[in-house]
Design a protein around this ligand. Structure first.
Ligand code: AMP
Length: 237
């Protein structure tokens, strides 16, 4: 049997830095990244009946229902693996950005992983206090087509309001408006935070202080992730 695919879920409060950090790690270690929020935003923009329903949920800052999220996850993972199969280079692992976010999703993940011959290698939790989250969301802008994220204080674009790479006008995510951020924070506290204990009990949780400069957080993540990617030493016969 081949080595199991290593799965690295990333959990943080909204605007906790998951996107920025997982993009960096994905590039550095060639680990494809499944961005649940981006996939749901893309379904929401499709105009389909499912899209319209998801759009309403995102606008309220609530969590999308588990069956829809699990279907979206399976589709996203299968598409990524098919892409990599074509290149003849199966990835060592996958990063899950924003999944799981509650107990039902954590339970739903287990059979999906068994089907894929995959296992969770570590769950990374970026810990950021609520008052910092509110400030970050208020200062966050993004480029809609590329998904590149800026922060007016810590990572401003070179020309105000314009994406450095695509030249398009930057927008504020609809769910970064203060009242929606408050609702997302409340979903995080009631639904997501409780699953940290589950992964802690399994010895999988890596808590990282996410309230530090971006490069410092990246270094802390690298220090935890890199050893997990080393090939397992086979005993000498
Ligand atoms: P994010 O881009 O990770 O901040 O996610 C944006 C929004 O997408 C969240 O506020 C939720 O409404 C929805 N979402 C993302 N991931 C999940 C998930 N695992 N379960 C349910 N809803 C999700």
């Amino acid at each position: 049997m081949s080595n199991p695919l290593l799965i690295f879920p990333f959990i943080s409060p909204p605007s906790g830095g998951k996107g920025t950090q997982t993009q960096r790690l994905s590039e550095r270690y060639q680990l494809p990244r499944v961005d649940m929020g981006a996939m749901l935003r893309s379904v929401a923009a499709s105009g389909s009946p499912l899209g319209e329903r998801i759009k309403g949920i995102l606008a309220e800052g609530k969590l999308v229902d588990t069956p829809t999220v699990l279907d979206t996850l399976k589709e996203g993972v299968n598409a990524l693996l098919a892409e990599h199969q074509q290149s003849g280079q199966p990835p060592r692992g996958l990063i899950l950005d924003g999944f799981p976010r509650n107990a039902a999703q954590a339970e739903g993940l287990d059979p999906i992983l068994a089907d894929l011959n995959a296992r969770i290698a570590a769950v990374f939790y970026l810990d950021v206090p609520a008052e910092v989250i509110i400030e970050r969301a208020a200062n966050r802008l993004m480029s809609e087509t590329s998904g590149i994220v800026y922060n007016l204080k810590t990572k401003p674009p070179k020309t105000p309001g314009i994406c450095d790479v695509t030249g398009e006008k930057l927008i504020q995510r609809a769910d970064d408006k203060p009242e929606v951020v408050a609702s997302r924070l409340s979903s995080f506290t009631t639904e997501t935070e409780p699953i940290l204990a589950r992964y802690e009990a399994q010895g999988l949780l890596k808590r990282i202080n996410g309230n530090q400069p971006i490069d410092t957080v990246t270094d802390a993540l690298i220090a935890q992730l890199e050893p997990l990617l080393q090939p397992v030493q086979q005993p000498v016969a």
